[in-house]
Design a protein around this ligand. Structure first.
Ligand SMILES: CC(C)(COP(=O)(O)OP(=O)(O)OC[C@H]1O[C@@H](n2cnc3c(N)ncnc32)[C@H](O)[C@@H]1OP(=O)(O)O)[C@@H](O)C(=O)NCCC(=O)NCCS
Length: 146
């Protein structure tokens, strides 16, 4: 996919990413949440740029050789083009280069598209956390790639 560039998040991406969050999640990250990440050295947040347009993001905090992935999101109109898959693959490539030994994330149990992307990237279901999410209340699936 030669139209797609994956790079590290920059200050100038934040307003657009917050707007993509707001259209995608019932409890979206604010611009301030993104801004705080820029100064955290163990946080690695990536942006996907598709055909020149900011298309989404995915991030990882690395603590004790474990990569905790969150904030995986792709703009509504650009879904289904492999963008989330590329973001996750790049996070894993980065993490492996840093010595990350295991990756984890949580996802709503009804979020079949996200679960599919994570399974394609080697994640497996290792447990359910009941009523983890709000708006609406829903169980979380805890996934790991070891
Ligand atoms: C989940 C999300 C990030 C996926 O982004 P995306 O760029 O469309 O993902 P990709 O194009 O890389 O892959 C989507 C895959 O899911 C599949 N898919 C789509 N809808 C599906 C569904 N309802 N059930 C199962 N699989 C589905 C697609 O066929 C594709 O698989 P394939 O590549 O094997 O054909 C995007 O839908 C999104 O931003 N959703 C809202 C935010 C969110 O839920 N984030 C995850 C929080 S944990």
């Amino acid at each position: 996919m030669d139209k797609l560039i994956i790079r590290r998040i920059e200050e100038g991406d934040i307003a657009t990413l917050a707007a993509i969050e707001a259209e995608s999640f019932s409890t979206p990250w604010s611009e301030q949440s993104f801004r705080e990440l820029l100064s955290i050295d163990y946080a690695h947040y990536l942006v996907a740029v598709y055909d020149g347009e900011i298309a989404g993001s995915a991030g990882m905090r690395v603590i004790c050789n474990e990569g905790n992935i969150d904030n995986v999101v792709v703009k509504n109109t650009l879904r289904g083009k492999g963008i989330a898959n590329s973001l996750i693959a790049e996070l894993i490539r980065l993490g492996d280069a840093m010595g990350v030994e295991a990756y984890t994330l949580e996802v709503r149990v009804s979020n079949s598209a996200a679960i599919h992307v994570y399974e394609k990237n080697g994640f497996v279901n290792e447990g359910i956390r009941p009523r983890f999410y709000e708006k609406p209340v829903e169980d979380a699936m805890i996934m790991w790639r070891r």
